[in-house]
Ligand binder design. Structure first.
Ligand code: MLT
Length: 428
């Protein structure tokens, strides 16, 4: 293994250190490149750039490996729960029983959202997109906790901020759902665990007793675990970038929500179901749509296929596909869209066009079918992704702050006009 990199620029040769991660990932440390050579690197979309050193999540896109703090995603999805995973991501180790009880207890006791936040919430039209509402409300919350604006707040205050955000986002997400169906919001109940409480606030009614269905609790818990972190994806990098200016955690998370909203990121799960619905409405001829997706002159695109970093399969998609069958069977839900999704996967996985381009279903492909079976409207899907991703965002924000990372400030290669003299062209 090389321990130095040599860059030759004309006659000049410079030596750069190699940095190797704990899983053997090799990188050329270019921190001094500009000082030594006057050059910067050009890497649109950061495809070859390690923006940070991080000890939270490891993924190997070639082998389809995903681990949180070293633990394989398959084991966590099967044996752990979302709150334990949140603790693991934030603090680096699995909690002891006492730590787990204390952590979940604190979250439970912070689920209530200040009544005045409702005044902001009430201003949204009932058809406002849930992601727009979530983004605004996360930032709004910062105004109720002015202490959290202090970049030099103590470790205890930072911890409290993290607990508050974890607790309150679930409540806010349930409000957004309630508004979309025209029902009054529900207040949290401390007798429930995190996921049951969220389901209660989302689907419970003031007029009825709510008994969370263990199948649904389990399914949602698993989905939240699978979405909890994914190293330096677009929204997480955004959270770190915004946080690097010492903006507070609420604002950083709101920025993460904004980045996640896009159809090329978290917004894809909504688009997958919309695509499957279009295929269904057209008569369900999957082969026809596969041909359309291959046709460069056709606008139709297969959503939920392929991934920037996974080159063979997305390990989360494997787990979700299995969970999907399981949940629908247990809930006795027949969804024709699941049938279409399975056919589409089968056809696409055999077609050389998709095989050569390494296009196979990703995490967004099957998750929407489970959300739908649970009873969430399509527009809520990306918000659920955000709820799952929250511990990841907060862990990455915390890691970045604790490492005292410098403000994110990329360079550019300027391509505009060179210097020219001003002359008055407009008639004034
Ligand atoms: C994610 O989970 O954030 C998505 O798969 C996107 C990504 O990792 O780039």
């Amino acid at each position: 293994m090389a321990d130095k990199a040599f860059i030759k620029l004309g006659e000049k040769e410079v030596e750069l250190p190699i940095y190797v991660g704990t899983e053997g990932e090799e990188s050329i440390d270019i921190n001094k490149l500009r000082d030594l050579t006057g050059f910067v690197t050009l890497d649109s979309g950061y495809k070859n750039t390690g923006a940070t050193k991080s000890g939270i999540t490891f993924l190997d896109g070639e082998l389809g490996i995903l681990r949180y703090r070293g633990y394989p995603i398959e084991q966590l999805a099967e044996k752990s729960n979302f709150m334990e995973v949140a603790y693991l991501l934030l603090y680096g180790e699995l909690p002891t029983n006492d730590q787990f009880v204390d952590f979940t207890d604190r979250i439970t006791h912070h689920t209530l959202v200040h009544e005045d936040v409702k005044q902001f919430f009430d201003g949204f039209p009932s058809n406002a997109h849930p992601m727009g509402q979530l983004c605004s409300l996360m930032c709004t919350l910062s105004s109720f906790y002015p202490d959290s604006l202090n970049p030099n707040m103590s470790k205890e205050a930072t911890d409290l901020t993290i607990i508050r955000i974890l607790a309150k986002m679930a409540t806010v997400v349930s409000w957004i759902h309630k508004k979309s169906v025209g029902h009054p919001i529900m207040y949290p109940q401390n007798k429930y665990d995190y996921v049951s409480n969220f389901l209660y606030m989302t689907f419970g009614m003031r007029t009825e007793e709510y008994v969370p269905d263990p199948v649904v609790v389990d399914a949602l818990d698993k989905l939240l675990i699978l979405h909890a972190d994914h190293e330096q994806n677009c929204s997480t990098s955004t959270v770190r970038m915004v946080g690097s200016s010492q903006a507070n955690a609420y604002a950083s998370v709101a920025a993460g929500v904004a980045a996640l909203w896009g159809p090329l990121h978290g917004g894809a799960n909504q688009q997958v179901i919309e695509m499957l619905e279009i295929i269904k409405a057209d008569g369900g001829n999957v082969a026809k749509f596969v041909e359309k997706a291959k046709d460069k002159n056709d606008n139709f695109r297969l959503m939920g296929f392929g991934h920037r970093v996974y080159k063979n399969f997305d390990p989360r998609a494997k787990i979700i596909k299995e969970a999907c069958d399981n949940v629908l069977n247990k809930l006795g839900v027949f969804d024709p869209v699941l049938d279409i999704a399975k056919q589409l996967e089968e056809v696409a996985l055999k077609d050389p066009y998709f095989v050569e381009r390494k296009l196979y279903p990703n995490v967004d492909f099957y998750s929407g079918i489970i959300y739908r079976a649970i009873g969430f409207p399509t527009e809520m899907f990306t918000v659920l992704f955000a709820l799952g991703r929250l511990p990841g965002w907060l862990s990455q924000w915390k890691e970045m702050r604790e490492a005292n990372e410098p403000i994110g400030r990329p360079r550019q290669i300027y391509t505009g006009p060179t210097v020219r003299d001003y002359t008055n062209i407009a008639i004034r």
